[in-house]
Design a protein around this ligand. Structure first.
Ligand code: DHB
Length: 466
């Protein structure tokens, strides 16, 4: 019976059912989203059939520079057209899930509802629909487009939020005061930027340039996975963790050269001064990189291992982790780095040869003092200070006139070597210190990845929305 149900569900999923689409897409301002729109689709999410209606490829700015990207899709659970509720939400109260598909600071495609073969589960958009969320998926400009360098990605994500507010009475469903962003890696950086910088006036000229609507762009909550963020300060904590491990694994394993090793030494030593400059209460480092902040990071690894152990996973036999009976009692960061292995040569983000993803994001320029002074590039150049500033959520948390998202969930895999766990941890501590709610954790056995724990993610979102 179950097999029969699955087979027919798959059949339905494969055919997008159209009942005569009268919906026309005029100029962005005259967009109408009639409840009578009859384009609907059914997909199998886990063992649940999910039916939803879609409005596709709507420009979210009035003067798009990259029209292929500055557009979004809106997806609405079918129940809301019949006056029904899903998961306790109605057409009026359903939160709006706003995932971005950005990775590697590349242009981000729309995060369309689908089943995710990598995790063997529905993807975040489809899963959100199954739990009664309205899903809005903007495509976003990225570094390989002529007009996609910093700060284009955050300008676009903000513009999508403004489009939602501008059209709030025309949306078939969804509460524009309950917008939740989501992304991983560079997309996690983007999600944290959107959450941190609500209504910050510094982005205004860029928003005007693309014809973003004159609306607020603050959001309710941010879901952030392994964010490649705080870029101009991320090289130091990378070396604070990985210094002493000289083989790196970007492609085939290679040895760091003398310049890279010197960078590792210098950047590691610079980290305590940066960390202490954040004035995170109860979290400091001495000049050797020891102190309460180090204990805090080790504690995040201990908590991740304890959770895994409690769930029956084997976390024993690792020389960096102390397990006594059914208790994980310690983590040793210096041994952790040998176990995790180093992915990137020093400096990890602002490369000496000016050729990293992040250099490319900043117009093929340096963005740290260290790499600029020690550059091996033919013509070293420094990125525009304003652009570096606009790309860092840390600059906006607690700033006057900025409305930062109230709720945050930040996750980072224990096996992630793309950036140091210190980066999301500093973000979370700064948020908490500024009065926001930040739920931060490392996750056992997880590499550089995101959206791998959708039931938990959406339990959290439900808990803050209801
Ligand atoms: C991503 C990963 C990186 O290691 C990086 O430096 C930038 C972006 C990513 O997966 O998005």
């Amino acid at each position: 019976m179950r097999r029969l149900l699955c087979a027919s569900a798959i059949l339905i999923a494969l055919c997008s059912c159209s009942f005569g689409a009268e919906f026309t897409q005029g100029p962005a301002d005259s967009i109408t989203m009639p409840p009578g729109n009859r384009v609907s689709q059914t997909m199998l999410a886990g063992n649940k059939l999910v039916t939803f209606r879609s409005w596709l490829d709507i420009p979210y700015v009035e003067k798009p520079i990259e029209p292929e990207y500055q557009r979004l899709n809106v997806y609405v659970p079918e129940e809301y057209f019949n006056g029904e509720s899903v998961n306790g939400y109605t057409a009026k109260t359903a939160p709006i899930f706003l995932p971005n598909g950005v990775g590697g600071y590349m242009p981000g495609k729309q995060f369309i509802p689908a089943n995710d073969s990598r995790h063997g589960t529905p993807n975040a958009s489809l899963y959100a629909l199954s739990r009664g969320y309205v899903v809005v998926t903007p495509a976003i400009r990225g570094r390989t487009l002529a007009n996609g360098k910093a700060p284009a990605l955050i300008v676009d994500y903000k513009a999508a939020v403004r489009w939602l507010r501008h059209n709030k009475d025309r949306l078939p469903a969804g509460d524009t005061e309950k917008i939740i962003s989501d992304g991983l890696s560079a997309g996690g950086a983007l999600s944290s930027l959107l959450g941190a910088t609500g209504n910050a006036k510094e982005y205004e000229p860029y928003l005007k340039e693309v014809g973003a609507y004159d609306e607020r762009d603050d959001i309710f909550a941010s879901a952030v996975y392994c964010p490649i963020t705080n870029l101009e300060n991320a090289d130091m904590p990378y070396e604070w963790i990985f210094n002493g491990v000289n083989t790196y694994h970007m492609g085939p394993a290679r040895e760091m050269d003398e310049n890279m090793k010197a960078a590792s030494e210098a950047l590691k030593k610079e980290f305590p001064a940066y960390l202490n400059s954040l004035k995170l209460e109860g979290h400091t480092l001495d000049e050797n990189g020891e102190g309460t902040f180090r204990k805090y990071i080790e504690g995040l690894y201990v908590a991740a291992a304890q959770k895994a152990l409690d769930a029956g996973e084997n976390v024993k036999g690792l020389d960096w982790l102390t397990v006594e009976g059914d208790k994980v009692t310690g983590a040793d960061l210096s041994k952790y780095a040998v176990w995790a292995t180093r992915m990137k040569a020093a400096p990890a983000f602002d490369s000496l040869n000016m050729k990293s993803f992040e250099n490319n994001e900043f117009d093929d320029k340096h963005f740290t003092d260290y790499a600029y002074r020690h550059s091996t590039a033919e013509k070293p150049a420094m990125a525009d200070a304003e652009k570096i500033y606009l790309m860092n959520p840390m600059n906006f948390i607690g700033k006057e006139g900025v409305k930062t998202a109230r709720h945050w969930r930040i996750r980072h895999g224990v096996k992630d070597r793309d950036t140091s766990l210190a980066v999301p941890a500093m973000l979370a501590l700064k948020l908490k210190q500024s009065g926001y709610e930040a739920d931060v954790a490392a996750v056992w056995n997880v590499p550089h990845d995101g959206n791998y724990d959708l039931p938990e993610l959406f339990e959290w979102i439900d808990s803050i929305c209801k």
